[in-house]
Structures are given as structure tokens and as C-alpha cells.
Design a protein around this ligand. Structure first.
Ligand code: GTQ
Length: 359
């Protein structure tokens, strides 16, 4: 064996000596710190609803919505266990509310989106206005607005009635706000906030390509529309599938808008809905924003490649999957399908670092 080179010894001794001063040499880590392309620690992941649902219902037996405050099973990225994160910047979870329950009013810096997965009879209240939740609806909770969720249906123990569990996907920017150490939260003194506006007022004001003449943006950079009903989104996609060219990568894909800015509904998260026509066999693309998908209707396949590995996800309604940054994705569907998704794209765009590559 050769003796270590004197410079190697010199360096090791240097590292040991500077360590107590909380110093460390850049040249040992520069490569990893400034990679030639994104090297996400996240991996793709798929949550089959048929596997998840029984555990959600068990959570319904194990704890009330009120005691839990939010009765949610978090979708954790398989490579980020313990971090309550589905990507480095985003949080996702499936929330359950049962007939007769209330998830008490609170507010926080974190922005939230709800995408309704199953059931009806539940509502969310935001800033004094209630919105009923129906499958496929996309609903917003702007940063620092009071919100509570409730289910007005009859209690499930009453077998003569049709109260049903309601489940939705929660998407929040929790990891991003944690990274910035910028989170505040507060509980309301009342469980259920006082309703001060009729349901549908916000949609009437802002949801018809019109806006009040003398209202400023009520929630800063966040959309004043709380609820984007599925009916409307689906109708648009169907029409475009029939009457307009289909994109070879995305099928028919639309982004949800903040009608006051033309930008994303929330400053930190973009949301999308797309329809893959029957027989669609999409080309591959990759993007720097990590994206979370909720399957609304139909079945299909996502083939995802990154870091020298490949994943094939066969998806069906109510399944969820995540595509991390800079992973190449191809979507296909034999009989057609509808997908909702959200990502951290607005942050990338605000910083001027968004990259997308269509193959
Ligand atoms: O509904 O306010 O999944 O505060 C995580 C944190 C939901 C909510 C979550 C939350 C909420």
C-alpha cells in the first residue's frame, strides 16, 4: 500500500481543524450543490384509491374530524418519508369528513387547494362564504383566510338516510413555507365561522369573465373565486377535444386562472385539468415543477423516467400520483380519461427558473 499523498493529509487535517468553527470546504460539495441538471431526491409515487380508501374509513372510526382538526392521511413521497411532503415544495393529503361533522375554523399562511374526490353533502367555508363540494370541483383556501369544513348530511348511523363520506385531495405549499420559515397559524374562537355572504356570490362576481367595477382583489395574489365547478371545466375540455387540435404531449389541457391577473389561482401553486382522448399515446416531456395528479375519470398509464430508473403507473379514477422535477413523463389512455393536477410552477416562473423540455 502506498502512503497517502501529503496533500491528502494536509486537506484532511484542514477539514478536522475548521470543523469546530462550523466551516466546511466548498470544493468537496460543489458538484452536488450546483448540479448540471436537477437531481431531485423525490421519486415518482402512486396511491391506488382502492388501497387507500379502507384506511381513510378506518381513520373515520379512529378519530373525529373535530378532534383531529383535519382528518387527513398524508401522501408522503416514498423517498421523503417523515417530511410530510410529496415533493420538496408541496404537501398532499386525502381528507375525510363524515356526515354531521365539522373540521373547526382556523387560518394559516399556507395556501390550500381542495380537489373533491368522492361524495357530496360537504361544504367548505372561506372568509364568510360557503361552497358546496362536489366531485371534480377545485376549491381554494387563500393564505390567511378563515376556513372550516363541514358535512350537513345526516349522521351515518342513521341508516334510513343517504349521508355519505366526503373525501378530497388537499394540496398545500406547507414545505415551501417551512423552508422559508414564514408560517403563522391561528384557531378561530368559534368552530364554524359565521356565514356573511350567500353561496355563489364570489362566483357571480368573478366567475363569468367579468369583475366588479369597484372591488379590489379581496385576497391579494390569490383568486377571488373559491370554487371552480367540475361541470364547467369538463365542458370546456370536451368541446376542445371535439373541435380543436389535440396537443401531442398533453392531450387537451387547460390551466385554472385567477381572473383578476390571468395568472395561477394561488401565488405558489398552479392547477390544471386535462382530457386525454380515447387512444391517446402522448409524447414525453419533462419540467422543473413537480406535479401531483388526481385521476377524475377513466383509466390510463403514466410512464415516468428519471435518475436512470423507470416507473409505469396504471391509473384509475381517484388514484393519485406524483411526478418529481425533471422526470420524463408519457401519458396514454385507451378509452380516454380526465386528470386534475397541481404543481409549484408559479414559483419557478416568478424566479425565472422554469424549464420545460418537450421530447
Ligand atoms: O384543511 O386547513 O391537509 O391546515 C393540512 C393542513 C389540510 C386544512 C391539510 C391544513 C388543512
Amino acid at each position: 500500500m502506498n502512503a497517502p499523498h501529503p496533500t491528502a493529509l494536509l486537506r484532511e487535517q484542514l477539514y478536522r481543524d475548521i470543523d469546530p468553527l462550523n466551516l466546511t470546504p466548498l470544493w468537496e460539495v460543489l458538484h452536488a450543490l450546483v448540479p448540471q441538471q436537477p437531481t431531485s431526491p423525490c421519486v415518482p409515487g402512486l396511491w391506488k384509491y382502492e388501497e387507500v380508501r379502507p384506511f381513510l374509513m378506518r381513520a373515520g372510526e379512529a378519530i373525529t374530524a373535530e378532534e383531529a382538526v383535519r382528518r387527513v392521511l398524508i401522501l408522503e413521497n416514498p423517498a421523503l418519508r417523515g417530511q410530510s411532503a410529496i415533493t420538496q415544495s408541496l404537501y398532499a393529503g386525502l381528507q375525510l369528513i363524515l356526515p354531521g361533522e365539522i373540521a373547526p375554523s382556523h387560518r394559516h399562511t399556507q395556501s390550500a387547494l381542495r380537489f373533491i374526490v368522492e361524495g357530496s353533502g360537504a361544504y367548505t367555508a372561506v372568509d364568510g362564504e360557503r361552497t358546496s363540494m362536489r366531485p371534480g370541483d377545485f376549491i381554494i383556501t387563500p393564505s390567511w383566510t378563515w376556513h372550516d369544513h363541514g358535512h350537513e348530511g345526516p349522521a351515518m348511523s342513521d341508516a334510513s338516510t343517504s349521508g355519505e363520506p366526503v373525501v378530497w385531495l388537499d394540496g398545500l405549499d406547507i414545505p415551501m413555507i417551512r423552508f422559508l420559515d414564514a408560517g403563522f397559524a391561528e384557531n378561530n374562537t368559534s368552530k364554524s365561522q359565521t356565514v356573511s355572504r350567500a353561496e355563489g356570490t364570489s362566483y357571480a362576481r368573478y366567475g363569468h369573465n367579468m369583475a366588479p367595477v369597484r372591488h379590489d382583489a379581496p385576497f391579494g395574489g390569490t383568486s377571488p373565486i373559491f370554487s371552480y365547478p367540475y361541470e364547467r371545466s369538463r365542458e370546456a375540455l370536451e368541446r376542445l377535444e371535439r373541435d380543436a387540435p389535440v396537443d401531442a404531449w398533453d392531450g387537451v389541457k387547460l390551466r385554472y386562472l385567477n381572473p383578476l391577473t390571468g395568472g395561477s389561482p394561488m401565488p405558489t401553486m398552479a392547477t390544471f385539468m386535462q382530457k386525454l382522448p380515447a387512444g391517446f399515446d402522448g409524447k414525453g416531456w419533462r419540467q422543473t415543477d413537480g406535479a401531483v395528479y388526481s385521476v377524475v375519470e377513466g383509466q390510463g398509464r403514466a410512464v415516468i423516467e428519471g435518475g436512470g430508473r423507470s416507473w409505469t403507473f396504471e391509473f384509475a379514477p381517484r388514484d393519485h400520483f406524483v411526478v418529481p422535477s425533471w422526470h420524463t413523463t408519457r401519458l396514454s389512455s385507451e378509452n380516454g380519461c380526465v386528470l386534475f393536477s397541481f404543481s409549484d410552477r408559479p414559483v419557478h416562473q416568478a424566479l425565472g427558473i422554469h424549464h420545460e423540455e418537450r421530447l
